[in-house]
Design a protein around this ligand. Structure first.
Ligand code: ADP
Ligand code: ZN
Length: 219
């Protein structure tokens, strides 16, 4: 059996991780594991987990390491994750990165892609972002779907995420700098980090990432 392909995507909120992960998950036939999506799903479904994390998430703060580590551990046990996974939004603290290493053992992270985008650009992207509450499709505030409030894919409501409001955006970017940027040296020192310029068209970003994965002999 080929080794598992476990990839981590790091990048500020709004760097385009979600968009890239959708393409890459298909290209490499591994699941896109987004802790943000898992947590938002729990909030929407009103599960006990969702009730526990809703206020923290809406304020743009991080939920506890212990809780997300448990979620990821459970996710890794599912059948589709046996070939590997594309991790988006996790790890995002040193404690999470260390826990992930312990969880995966020798068959660990093969590559960490740092999707690099300047703060000014992500701030602008996040404040104009609108999302479908049902299927997660992403729109801009100037798109007809955002103006009409109706998703073209599924007819669901298109809204602005609570944590895409200005105060929450500022908090999230500060948290990224403080808690997550240290992971660049964590993965860098292990020789696993590659930085890709996220300030190009989504297709060009995808091509750049695929080239890196190919050059490393991973797929
Ligand atoms: P973004 O990166 O755009 O802020 P995500 O969708 O990755 O959004 O996450 C949304 C929210 O979910 C975060 O602001 C945080 O509250 C919570 N969250 C997601 N992943 C983690 C994580 N690994 N550790 C702690 N909190 C997390
Ligand atoms: Zn939709």
């Amino acid at each position: 059996m080929p080794a598992r392909l476990n990839l981590v995507i790091l990048g500020k909120q709004g760097a385009g991780k979600g968009t890239q992960c959708k393409h890459l998950a298909k290209a490499y036939a591994i699941p896109h594991v987004s802790t943000g999506d898992i947590l938002r799903g729990a909030v929407k479904a009103g599960t006990p987990l969702g009730l526990e994390v809703a206020s923290v998430m809406n304020a743009g703060a991080l939920v506890s390491d212990e809780l997300v580590i448990r979620l990821v551990d459970e996710r890794f046990k599912q059948a589709d994750a046996q070939k590997g996974a594309l991790l988006d939004g996790f790890p995002r603290t040193l404690a999470q990165a260390e826990a992930l290493e312990a969880l995966l053992g020798d068959d660990g992270i093969k590559l960490c892609i740092n999707l690099d985008v300047p703060v000014s650009l992500v701030t602008e992207r996040l404040s104009s972002r609108r999302v479908c509450q049902e299927c997660g499709a992403i729109y801009k505030d100037s798109d007809i779907e955002a103006i009409s409030g109706t998703c073209a894919n599924c007819g669901g409501d298109v809204i602005q995420r609570e944590d895409d409001q200005p105060d929450a955006i500022r908090k999230r970017l500060e948290a990224y700098e403080r808690d997550t940027e240290p992971l660049l040296s964590f993965y860098g020192s292990r020789g696993l980090l590659v930085t890709v310029d996220g300030d190009q068209s989504p297709d060009d970003v995808t091509r750049a990432i695929e080239a890196v994965v190919h050059d490393k002999g991973l797929a």
